[in-house]
Design a protein around this ligand. Sequence first.
Ligand code: NAD
Length: 268
Amino acid sequence: IESEMDPVPKSVDPSYQGSGKLDGKAAIITGGDSGIGKAVAIYFAKEGADVAISYLNEDQDAETTKKLVEEEGRKCLLIRGDVGNEAHCQQIVQQVIDEFGKIDILVNNAGEQHPKKSLLEITDEQLQKTFRTNVFSMFYLTKAVLPHLKQGSSIINTASITAYKGSPGLIDYSATKGAIVSFTRSLSESLADKGIRVNGVAPGPIWTPLIPSTFSAEHVGTFGSTQPMKRPGQPHELAPAYVYLASNDSSYVSGQMLHVNGGEVLNG
Ligand code: NAD
């Protein structure tokens, strides 16, 4: 089955109306320039939050996202650098505190994956880099943010369906996503009595720039077709899950992964 995909990922459903669920909040979103993070940044702004976007590459994406956030009447701070570097993560937090005066929401979403390989083909360099970007960044940034979080704050980590199903060509990547699930569970238990919630989202196949940049044309052509809904998701179909987990609507929810994957039923 061929997926019918618009080449441009859809960040916004035009019928979505914000209702002030994040009014006055300040959020950090890593990888907020592109794909899932971009949609989350726009939806958070639609719900009333100011957003700081951490991103890696100097291209038009960050500026475009900033413009869309500002069109919602919210502030947007762009911070470029590698979140796999602890000093940079501390710098992100300092800049956000200087600019917004507080942090209420942290979305650890930046991630990388590499073209499919067998275990024996995964170099040490790739292994180190994937873990640095996907896992170490989450430790570094969460550690730096934690002293600033007050009761009612929310941390949301982007995991993946691959943490649950495995993925033969993405062994390093899926292992990082398993680590994100475990981190989410462990940290949530240690922060629950402080009123700080830690949850995650486990996306299935989502049509973002990550996909054509790392998968073969053949895989891209059928991307998402094996899901029960027989299609990939669009970034705007993920963003409301993050709004829910960031807002007071999920005040009694912590340590959980929200699966947004086109209907695949998974354990855990
Ligand atoms: P994307 O490539 O559009 O966005 C990822 C962004 O992360 C990049 O634009 C970049 O700015 C940022 N980033 C990457 N490395 C970084 C670094 N070292 N420092 C700072 N920023 C960095 O991809 P996406 O699909 O939107 O991915 C977002 C998250 O969703 C990732 O964690 C990814 O693993 C996860 N995910 C994606 C899918 C999917 O099918 N697209 C499925 C499951 C999980």
